[in-house]
Design a protein around this ligand. Structure first.
Ligand code: 2P0
Length: 338
């Protein structure tokens, strides 16, 4: 039996991916840019094993057995095996052995964070190790989940949408490595409002079909904003970085509201967090904290290390919570190195 175990971290987009031009290949309508968390923090851990004794392919996610028939999973496995076959590194017999996949996240699903990004990045990396596949992994991870292509690299990562119809140039590139901005911190505030959200893939499809604002965003706003964001990251210009992240998050959620029927992801708590951040920044006369919201109500706050104690104090004051277990830990100042 051959066995590989690896981990892959979550990434948080500051210029958002929202909308596909090709559903099958998962090709986006705009570039996006994200920060990958350090790998020992919020991550997926996946073990893949093959054996001539296994009689069928099987997968377990967070301890529960799931169907192997998931088309994205099937695509990833097929593509990795195709590359392995083409490279001639793996004997056909090994490729014919059945596989077992066991994957789990070390963070609560309630956090509503991009678990599919960490999960597919981890799966693809593990499969490539298992079958001896080398080269760029982002194209393979992208076919599991779009945002997963950004989790195969550390630091700040840009996913270039590309122009090739087959998606061969729709790849992730590292903007700067994890060591570039050592004082950067991310605090995640979990707003447990119990709202049922529209899955992002469905929300995106709906936005592509109905939102004119989305088209404007993809063609006009993001191409300029992402260049400014890349420069802000390279220059470690926090004020510009935070201002652009907030603008982009708000524009993404505006396109979600411009969608028919609208996709409402932010809750009243999310808006209260946003208000607090703007008040703090107004007080300082410059952005010292920036927020971004994904397809859910939870806030990801970016700030520099020196401001973590102040922010944690203010959040605990304005958002007192009785839940101080792991789920509530973000309120206790659990900060993550990028
Ligand atoms: C992002 N999100 O850039 C954006 C912001 C959510 C909001 O990428 O359909 O799970 O698997 O490609 O990657 C979440 O979407 O969607 C996402 P699929 P994915 O992080």
């Amino acid at each position: 039996m051959d066995l590989v175990t690896c981990t892959a971290p979550v990434n948080i987009a500051v210029i958002k991916y929202w909308g596909k031009r090709d559903e099958e290949l998962i090709l986006p309508i705009n570039d996006s840019l994200s920060a990958t968390l350090a790998s020992e923090q919020m991550h997926a851990k996946t073990t893949v094993s093959i054996s001539p004794n296994f009689t069928e392919d099987r997968i377990w996610l967070n301890g529960q057995e799931e169907a192997m028939a998931n088309p994205r999973l099937v695509n990833c496995l097929r593509e990795v095996k195709r590359r392995a076959r083409e490279s001639g590194q793996t004997p056909q017999t090994r490729l014919d052995w059945h596989i077992r996949i066991c994957s789990a996240n070390n963070f609560p699903t309630a956090a509503g964070l991009a678990s599919s990004a960490a999960g597919y990045a981890c799966l693809v990396y593990a499969l490539c190790q298992l079958y001896g596949v080398k080269g760029d992994l982002s194209e393979l991870a992208r076919q599991g989940s779009g945002s997963a292509c950004r989790s195969v690299l550390g630091g700040f990562v840009r996913w270039r949408m590309g122009s090739d119809a087959q998606g061969h140039d729709s790849l992730a590139h590292q903007v700067v490595g994890p060591e570039h901005w050592p004082d950067m911190r991310i605090i995640i505030l979990v707003a447990n409002d119990g709202q049922k959200k529209v899955p992002s893939s469905i929300g995106m499809k709906r936005s592509v079909g109905t939102s004119e604002l989305l088209k404007f965003r993809a063609e006009n706003t993001v191409p300029k904003r992402i260049e400014a964001m890349e420069k802000a990251v390279q220059d470690r210009d926090f004020a510009t970085f935070a201002a652009l992240a907030m603008k982009d998050s708000n524009e993404m959620h505006a396109t979600c509201l411009d969608t028919t029927p609208p996709c409402v992801y932010m809750s009243s708590t999310s808006h209260q967090v946003s208000d607090l951040v703007h008040k703090i920044n107004e007080h300082f006369g410059t952005p010292i904290v920036g927020y971004t919201f994904d397809a859910g109500p939870n806030a990801c706050l970016f700030l520099l290390k020196e401001h973590v104690p102040l922010l944690v104090h203010l959040v605990r004051h304005y958002f007192p919570t009785s839940d101080t277990t792991f789920k509530g830990d973000p309120f206790r100042g659990r900060d993550f190195d990028v």
